[in-house]
Write a protein that binds this ligand. Structure first.
Ligand code: GAP
Length: 547
């Protein structure tokens, strides 16, 4: 754009012009009148540019930001597309239990394997276990669950539905419907599911995976020859008889947890660099003083003493970075310290990584400092020495769990679904922009039309790629319809075999998020796809870009 001066009847008039190529010729077109003096024209142009750039940013933001939907809409979407169904739905559904469909199971598995790769494979200081769901009932006595893993059952005065509260919340929290809870109905409600094992008596379905780590702590330490500081990780099912399961996967009765117990010698410093992450921080002090959370560097919060221990800062930043690197929107996260009255019976300090769910800021992952509570308890109840020998100090030590990052798989899954759900009005369909690493289907392979020579190549590519990933073959409907179907379930790449493929032995690969397409040689396809999935290659550099 440029300013031109025109003389009309001896007077100066300033206009905004622009050069444009029309039918191969460069022409200049008027964009509008700017005023009678150069100063006036400059000022108007400046205002116009500012307005346009604001509009552009707004447009970009509109495209870049996921569409806000509520949790019921997300549940409907998940059911419609084959991710998640209410368990026993053909019998009216069973509250608090969910079944994963053909896409849900893939997404769930990918999520868990990403967590395991990051927390176990890539680290030398953490090993994994897989404990049983039902274990010796004494484990739950020692852990304190039998005596104190309760919620308070209350009934709403207005809607008469049962609700749950913590003791300290009585009289303060209200029911979803806005009604007050009737304090006369308040009674302790045991959250563990009691079951019968053989003839011998009562046992429990585990309410957390953590205790299996403590109960096996000594064996794992010895067999894996772990030296402090070290962690033990586990992924598995947990069960809680929630009084009021709600908000889809957020609060269910059967769910999966991904947990780490991180053990240190008491007082041992964190040897790792704290990831340089910035996040909203909400200390217990700020909550007591009715202040807002403040965005700051986690390292800065440690320096200022807001976060007391280096280990806590390290694990909070590490966990946040895991979500960010898998495509979650960092603006939807904050860390919040537990107030004294909400800490669990075992915790000395707890920070939650919270996420801004459509139903408010809620706990996504708890990161508690459990001290030596659990190992001391199991030592006391089992009468076994659980302390370990420190080769360096030549002393026996009962390690402390300095941090317990504990994350629900279902809650993490919701985060990635909400942050990747785009209702693209221009395309006329939802685009689920899941990280390719999480996407249930990595690639969809299409013959452009149903012709045996195209279908043969498509099937060969399918065989080759399916050795490594979940890929699909789709030949029904128009190509546009097939793209839309795959956009909606988050398939990052669509591969089309067309006339040129026969001659040049190449295919088109389409990028879900930008709809850009490149041509890639079939022999290079698998390597290129691997690099694209692992974000080691920019899509534009993956092949010849189709203009
Ligand atoms: N071992 C510690 C522990 O279990 P928690 O705060 O009770 O701590 C840890 O649970 C995480 O497990 C939570 O942050 C949440 O992600 C998940 N979680 C807990 N209860 C859940 C439920 N009823 N439904 C789904 N996820 C749940």
């Amino acid at each position: 754009m440029f300013i031109v001066k025109k003389k009309i009847h001896g007077n100066d008039y300033f206009y905004l012009r622009k050069s444009k190529r029309i039918n191969g010729k460069v022409k200049s077109i008027d964009l509008g009148y700017l005023g009678k003096t150069k100063e006036e024209a400059d000022k108007k142009l400046k205002e116009r540019l500012k307005k346009e750039s604001v509009q552009e940013i707004k447009m970009e933001k509109k495209i870049l930001e996921p569409t806000k939907i509520n949790v019921e809409e997300m549940a409907i979407f998940c059911k419609k597309k084959g991710f998640i169904y209410q368990s026993g739905e053909i019998y009216g559904g069973f509250a608090g239990f969910w079944d994963f469909g053909h896409l849900g199971v893939e997404l769930n598995n990918n999520l868990k394997s990403e967590w395991w790769n990051f927390h176990v494979f890539k680290r030398k200081d953490i090993v994994g276990i897989d404990g049983s769901i039902i274990t010796h009932p004494q484990v739950w006595k020692a852990s304190g669950h039998v005596d104190s893993f309760n919620d308070v059952f209350v009934v709403c005065k207005k809607c008469k539905k049962p609700g749950k509260a913590d003791r300290y919340e009585l009289g303060k929290v209200k029911c979803e419907c806005g009604g007050e809870y009737d304090e006369k109905t308040a009674k302790d409600f045991e959250l563990m599911f009691k079951i019968k094992v053989g003839e011998s008596g009562d046992a429990y379905l585990r309410p957390e995976t953590a205790q299996l780590i403590f109960a096996n702590f000594k064996f794992v330490q010895e067999n894996a020859r772990m030296k402090l500081p070290f962690g033990i990780a586990q992924i598995g099912k947990s069960f809680r008889n929630e009084i009021a399961p709600r908000d889809f996967l957020f609060r269910s009765r059967e769910f999966e947890q991904m947990e780490i117990e991180y053990f240190i010698e008491p007082g041992q410093k964190c040897p790792y660099e704290i990831p340089d992450e910035e996040i909203l921080i909400y200390s217990s002090e700020a909550q007591i003083n009715n202040q807002e959370s403040v965005k700051m560097k986690i390292r800065g919060a440690l320096k200022k003493g807001i976060i007391k221990k280096d280990w806590h800062a390290y694990w909070l930043a590490t966990e946040f970075s895991w979500f960010k690197n898998l495509g979650a929107n960092p603006d939807n996260f904050r860390i919040r310290q537990h107030m004294d009255n909400e800490k669990s019976h075992y915790a000395t300090d707890t920070w939650d990584l919270e996420y801004k769910f459509p139903f408010g800021w809620k706990e996504l992952e708890g990161i508690a400092d459990r001290g030596d509570f659990d190992l001391s308890q199991h030592q006391k109840f089992s009468k076994k020495d659980l302390s370990i020998f420190n080769e360096e100090t030549k002393k026996k030590v009962l390690p402390h769990v300095i941090c317990e990052p504990s994350l629900g798989v279902g809650r993490a899954l919701l985060v990635f679904m909400f942050d990747s759900y785009y209702d693209d009005k221009e395309r006329g369909n939802v685009v689920l922009k899941l990280s390719p690493k999480l996407a249930p289907i990595k690639a969809a392979i299409f013959p452009i039309v149903k012709r045996p020579e195209f279908e043969k190549i498509a099937e060969e590519i399918l065989d080759d790629l399916s050795e490594e990933w979940n890929v699909i073959y789709d030949k029904s409907g128009s190509i546009g319809r097939r793209y839309a179907r795959n956009d909606e379930v988050g398939t990052p790449f669509c591969i089309t075999i067309d006339e040129e493929s026969l001659k040049k032995k190449d295919v088109t690969v389409r990028d879900r998020d930008t709809t850009k397409q490149v041509r890639v040689k079939i022999v290079e396809l698998k390597n290129i796809l691997r690099e694209l999935i692992n974000k080691k290659l920019k899509f534009e550099d993956a092949g010849n870009l189709i203009k």
